[in-house]
Design a protein around this ligand. Structure first.
Ligand SMILES: *Cc1c(COP(=O)(O)O)cnc(C)c1O
Length: 353
């Protein structure tokens, strides 16, 4: 694939690495590529960052044909820049595309685009502890008609944002609330796809939880409203006795790359992992009899997010001592050391730019 590169004449000043926040600052360029049914993907280019001009009838505005990925470029102690399991993200992008009938991109080409783009924006990868360059590839339907039919035109774009340390003063336990009214996804729906519509439909529950002082929603399955699926936009794991239990990928759960990496690391640590259905009744029994030792969410943004309190209806339960469990901390330390290149990558998960 041939990528045209048009560099900006007016590079921006880099923001202060100690107050980056999340998704507030954007780099100087973006990758853009167009799709037409009769041409395939064409016009791959890296151009100055700026607004996209779209027809008001564009499919994405009316029928929500949009999917995305979330990943990071990390600054290693030796100054080099690396990605973490990027081919997993690009495979998942295709799985999401397939679900929404959007055009797929050969993984070699989306990886080539990603690496070429990060190479152009290398200086934007921050080096302060815990910081990274967040990468947001997204793909949407762009037919200029209100007719509802298979997508004939699409765009694939990658933007990047330097982001701050998720935890400024060590891991911070979050309070979560079981959502009993709204559901995030159902089997046969789009739960396993990383699509904007899933997020739009989950905002209301998030707002309600926030109004009660909870930072995340614990989602239950959409049919029986009984089995635990995810926490906010993260996968979730529970240490019950000495076994880690995590919801199985039923189709309504997003197959997280952090989840997958945690399972692989836990297996290597000799910790038993069960991917299975976990009901609210089983979880509350484990809280009450003290066998629930630790609980955490996992995803690219926070890596691992310990859960300190769980609200079920009117009842509030503290998990273990409400602090950070030893296994949660160990997973966080192990995974982040690989991602930032501080530990040897024995899995071949990282890829230098
Ligand atoms: C992206 C995402 C995750 C986490 O996936 P990672 O690949 O680990 O970042 C989990 N749940 C939802 C709903 C997501 O969108």
């Amino acid at each position: 694939m041939d990528i045209k590169i048009n560099l900006t004449a007016t590079p921006k000043e880099k923001p202060d690495q100690n107050s980056l926040g999340f998704g507030k600052h954007f780099t100087d360029h973006m990758f853009v590529m167009d799709y037409a049914a009769d041409k395939g993907w064409y016009n791959a280019r890296i151009e100055p960052f700026g607004p996209l001009t779209l027809h008001p009838a564009s499919t994405v505005f009316h029928y929500g044909a949009e999917i995305f990925e979330g990943m990071k470029a990390y600054r290693r102690p030796d100054g080099e820049v690396q990605l973490f399991r990027p081919e997993e993200n690009m495979k998942r992008l295709n799985s999401s595309a397939e679900r929404l009938s959007l055009p797929q991109i050969p993984v070699e080409e989306s990886l080539q685009a990603l690496k070429a783009f990060v190479n152009v924006e290398k200086d934007w990868v921050p080096s302060a502890p815990g910081t990274s360059l967040y990468l947001r590839p997204f793909l949407f339907g762009n037919d200029e008609t209100l007719g509802v039919h298979t997508i004939h035109n699409a765009k694939f774009v990658i933007i990047a944002s330097p982001v701050g340390a998720y935890y400024k003063e060590g891991l911070n336990p979050v309070k979560i609330m079981i959502e009993t009214r709204d559901v995030r996804a159902v089997r046969g729906g789009t739960g396993y796809a990383k699509c904007g519509g899933n997020y739009a439909a989950s905002m209301r529950a998030g707002d309600r939880a926030a109004a009660e002082g909870y930072s995340q929603v614990l989602w239950l399955d959409g049919v029986e409203r009984r089995y635990i699926e995810e926490v906010g936009a993260m996968n979730v794991m529970f240490l019950i006795n000495d076994t880690v239990v995590t919801p199985q990928l039923t189709g309504s759960v997003l197959p997280g790359i952090t989840r997958k990496s945690c399972i692989e690391l836990l297996n290597e640590m000799g910790v038993k992992v069960e991917e299975r259905l976990l009901s609210v009744e089983e979880l509350s029994a484990a809280i009450k009899d003290g066998t629930l030792k630790e609980a955490w969410g996992c995803g690219t943004a926070a890596v691992v997010s310990p859960i300190g309190e769980l609200r079920m209806g009117q009842a509030r339960y503290q998990i273990a001592d409400g602090g950070i469990g030893a296994l949660t901390q160990k997973l966080y330390d192990t995974l982040t050391a690989i991602q930032w290149g501080q530990a040897e990558d024995t899995h071949n998960w990282t890829c230098k730019i």
